[in-house]
Design a protein around this ligand. Structure first.
Ligand code: TXA
Ligand code: MG
Length: 306
């Protein structure tokens, strides 16, 4: 029922917030320029930051994009799931060019969340959908995280807590060597098993992936990371068992030191600490392997001052 109502809104060029296995998305018809523009406006997102397209299945992607052997290898292994591939659009594709900053390279993914799949099924357009948050702020892994600005304006499908809790991993397969543009729910280590020479993009490519640079994924409060000590007014986002403690408030991403659990809790705990009485947030060191790489990436950007 609720999904059918959402479909109708999308067909009419409206916006819908929907759950995916990573974070909630703010979706619209990717072939409708007005609808895509309203995503940018609602999120206050700079128009040079491209938006990912979500598809029901590989067949729909093949209609619109050229896939090379690296793309097929990764698609076979990780789709449906939290992987976004940058692909080259075919000339005949109706996907609106403004969602990729007027380039032919578009981020594509096939989500596996049952509600996202139901929403995409039998729609005759893909869904353009960035994360459902105001640009540069924290992503949403449940509907309580959504900005008040969205609440009365946009139709929301509640799918409970996100399964993974970190955004998709963005991989560019259009160049000679595959590159990870944004770390996410699929680890560098598991991508390397499929494409052994894959690299993480280190340079901050303003043009390529604005989500990869400057302040992003950020709470309102100042945050300090890799702390050895917690100051008086700081809440603590802890990980594992250690000697750190806060006089104000503490949440532990995973007392067992499990990075899957930490990734799942990450945005939820950041939202809770951001809304708490504390003045600032201190974050314990988090291992830099596996999902810890993506968590540290978000923390570095969240703590950046510009
Ligand atoms: O898990 C996710 O990816 C979620 C859910 C809703 O699917 N979406 C999401 O979208 O996180 P967004 O827009 O918040 O982040 C997409 C990232 C940004 O860093 C953007 O710059 C990059 O992917 N990106 C998107 N299209 C691109 C393109 N054509 N070329 C390079 N980078 C691109
Ligand atoms: Mg985002």
């Amino acid at each position: 029922m609720i999904v059918n109502k959402a479909k109708k809104i999308l067909i009419d060029g409206g916006l819908v917030i929907f759950p995916t296995e990573t974070v909630y998305g703010l979706g619209a018809d990717a072939t409708n320029e007005k609808a895509v523009k309203s995503i940018y406006k609602t999120k206050k997102r700079p128009t040079n930051n491209p938006i990912i397209c979500h598809f029901y299945n590989l067949k729909e992607i093949e209609k619109n994009f050229i896939l090379n052997s690296k793309a097929y290898k990764l698609a076979k292994f990780f789709w449906p799931g939290p992987l976004t591939l940058i692909l080259e659009k075919k000339k005949m594709s109706k996907i609106n060019p403004i969602l990729s900053n007027n380039t032919k390279f578009v981020g594509c993914r096939i989500p596996k969340h049952p509600i996202a799949k139901k929403l995409l099924k039998n729609l005759n357009f893909p869904l353009a959908a960035p994360s459902a948050n105001i640009s540069t702020k924290l992503s949403s892994t449940n509907i309580n995280h959504l900005s008040k600005i969205f609440l009365n304006k946009i139709f929301i499908i509640d799918g409970g807590e996100s399964l993974y809790g970190l955004e998709s991993t963005v991989v560019d397969v259009t160049k000679k060597n595959a590159k990870i543009l944004r770390l996410g729910s699929i680890t560098f280590e598991s991508l390397k098993k499929i494409i052994p020479n894959i690299k993480i993009q280190k340079k901050q490519l303003k043009k390529l992936s604005p989500g990869m640079m400057y302040k992003h994924y950020a709470p309102e409060k100042r945050i300090r990371i890799n702390v050895k000590k917690v100051f008086k007014e700081e809440a603590l986002l802890n990980f594992g068992i250690n000697n750190l403690s806060s006089k104000v408030m503490e949440l532990n991403l995973s007392t067992k030191g499990n990075l899957d659990e930490a990734a799942k809790n990450f945005y939820n705990f950041m939202h809770i600490l951001d809304n708490s009485k504390s003045k600032k947030i201190a974050v314990a060191p988090i291992p830099k392997s596996g999902l810890g790489k993506a968590i540290n990436d978000r923390l570095v950007r969240a703590s950046s001052i510009k």
